[in-house]
Write a protein that binds this ligand. Sequence first.
Ligand code: SAH
Length: 396
Amino acid sequence: MSAKIILKKAREKSLLRRHPWVFSNGIEQVEGQPQQGETVEVYAKDGRWLGRGAYSPKSQIRVRIWTFEQTETVDQAMFERRIARAQAGREHVIEQGGLTGYRLIAGESDGLPGITVDRFENVLVCQLLSAGAEYQREAFINALRSQFPELTIYERSDVDVRKKEGLEPTQGLLHGELPAQPMTFMENGLKLLVDVVSGHKTGAYIDQRDNRAIAASYVKGKRVLNCFSYTGGFGTYALRAGAAEVINADVSAPALALAQQTAEINQLDLSKLSNVEADVFKLLRQYRDSGEQFDVIVLDPPKFADNKAQLVGACRGYKDINMVAMQCIKPGGVLLTYSCSGLMDAPLFQKIVADAALDAGRDGQIVQKLTQAADHPIGCAYPEGFYLKGLVVRVW
Ligand code: SAH
């Protein structure tokens, strides 16, 4: 018999809307002694069955719902159905972009809370981030294997969020053979490099794919500064699109080495490319103070806020780099600026960029609003799935 979670009065509303999280403060009673990650039945105070999910005793998010269908059991077959649906929903993007690198599973938005899977060529890189995902490890990995028997499976659960769930970080090969790293994958006709073992997260930031193509539409004949370049995604697209000069800037030397190699394997004009290892906060100030000006600047910083307490500091950080970047843009040039902090919503980000323009003493016009690529969907019941926001700002 599974343990029962009974919610406080009126706390069933979000579950009735199929939001998959039960917070600890919404729970009235736990009947039974569920183990970490074990499947529990969630009931409203009035006795209505609401969902079946994974119990996470150490997390504020105490239950993550696997299914809202009472007849559906949580087993390998359920995971196979979820994976098959996720793949089917991405076929059009894969085909249109000629993609061999894409997000196969986007957690809650694909009905698989706490699970991320990216595919690069014949390698599936997975992250099991919640107690429930960890508990279901065998069923889930077997489901992946049955859906994609020919693919290698590599785990990159070496992330701090696992600690919130009472889990240790872990990483390693789960199935098959891993090709030599870094390896290439295709995106919109470009060969991009990814190191799934030592790269950030699963290895590459494929959520920016569409935004790289959009950025490329602004760069022909222009001088481009790609800040927080990582392995040079935006810079590679810009070179192909005929930029006069591209500077990738990042603190990570290994990432910049891959950026250089990426330009080489795509036979792009290396004389137009430089890779600068630097702290972008300092570098932008140096450029401003020495009067360096650019036509196009891309600002794609890492997540500045992991929790609400960090949001105020994050706002300051975003405003600061956006302000200095605008001061480095020639009148009529373009800033492509992003925030991947889910806690910062789009209106707040827009306000920060507006404040940055004011403080920079520049007039800005938002000419495009951007978001994450289509293989990173946002579940209608799970608005938290929207995390990547971008603005194209013409700066006068
Ligand atoms: N634009 C990239 C993804 C950027 S991820 C792409 O399209 O693939 C954020 C990057 O910021 C990481 O590569 C990280 O190394 C870098 N970074 C973090 N803090 C930095 C800092 N202060 N200065 C420069 N780079 C930084």
